[in-house]
Unconditional design. Structure first.
Length: 280
């Protein structure tokens, strides 16, 4: 303690000068608008640079985790695609079921999420792939955890996705346990939950039942996970139950998604449109 006091005493003149200069600088910044603006601009720039550097360093050290997740996702997709290309020889009823559940010739394009909203009633996601990458409006979008949404608009290098967290989005789906046809729609409330619609009251449901895509349209292949039954609310004299499901995706934590390309989508839409026009 004595040495510290001795050191302060030795540099007392220099320390007094620093103190006086600090007070003068503070008074100048406080009472001079120009200097005050310059000071805050400089401080904001320095603080912003600091936080940007910290974020870049944090992202750099998280790269191995992100790359590992991407590698696992790609491996899963490649495995699924490889299995879908193996011919199925029908010798029994079990083989015929496998044939019915076979995947179509879909392609998958990975994209990075660069913007994402989850607190609106019509939520959208922006990705870093566009028309130059073959992305078109109407294409389905999934992640490693299941259905994400549908491509709405496209520019050369970007695309916006109408998220499943959008009250106007309906996904054709199945109850996997009993193959009951239904539809999934978000009610605009909880970002982790959605409604399972058009399930007749006589259908037996259990908590945890899996909901997957039906494959009845040209957007999603069948058996893509959507969520799990959470709660069934029976309503007297109603044709359908009120069913809440837990979504398989956490939309607040999306980093990468996969755009689904169906080479036969255009042909299917044209055929179904012409058939509809003939029946009108």
């Amino acid at each position: 303690m004595y040495r510290l006091l001795q050191l302060i005493h030795s540099y007392r003149a220099f320390l007094l000068l620093l103190f006086i200069e600090s007070v003068c600088l503070w008074l100048m910044v406080r009472n001079n608008p120009y200097h005050s603006a310059a000071y805050f601009h400089t401080s904001n720039t320095l603080i912003g640079s600091f936080f940007e550097t910290r974020k870049n360093v944090s992202q750099y050290f998280n790269l191995p985790t992100v790359n590992e997740a991407l590698a696992n996702d790609n491996a899963t997709l490649r495995e699924s695609l490889a299995k879908s290309q193996v011919p199925i020889v029908v010798h029994s009823e079990e083989d015929s079921i496998k044939l019915v559940k076979g995947s179509y010739d879909y392609d998958f394009l990975a994209a990075k999420v660069i913007n994402n909203s989850i607190r609106l009633t019509h939520n959208y996601i922006t990705i870093n792939k566009g028309s130059l990458n073959g992305v078109e409006p109407g294409m389905g979008v999934i992640s490693a955890n299941g259905v994400v949404g549908k491509v709405m608009s496209v520019s050369n290098n970007f695309a916006t996705i109408s998220s499943l967290l959008n009250i106007n989005v309906f996904v054709s789906s199945f109850l996997k346990r009993n193959n009951t046809f239904c539809s999934v729609n978000w009610d605009g409330k909880n970002q982790l939950k959605a409604k399972l619609m058009y399930v007749p009251i006589h259908i037996e449901l259990q908590k945890g039942d899996t909901i997957v895509t039906s494959g009845y349209n040209s957007i999603f292949p069948e058996n893509i996970i959507i969520g799990y039954v959470d709660e069934v609310i029976q309503r007297p004299n109603a044709a359908f139950n009120d069913i809440n499901i837990n979504l398989s995706n956490d939309f607040s934590n999306l980093a990468f998604v996969y755009i689904i390309k169906n080479p036969l989508r255009k042909e299917q839409i044209e055929l179904e449109t012409s058939q509809k026009e003939e029946n009108e």
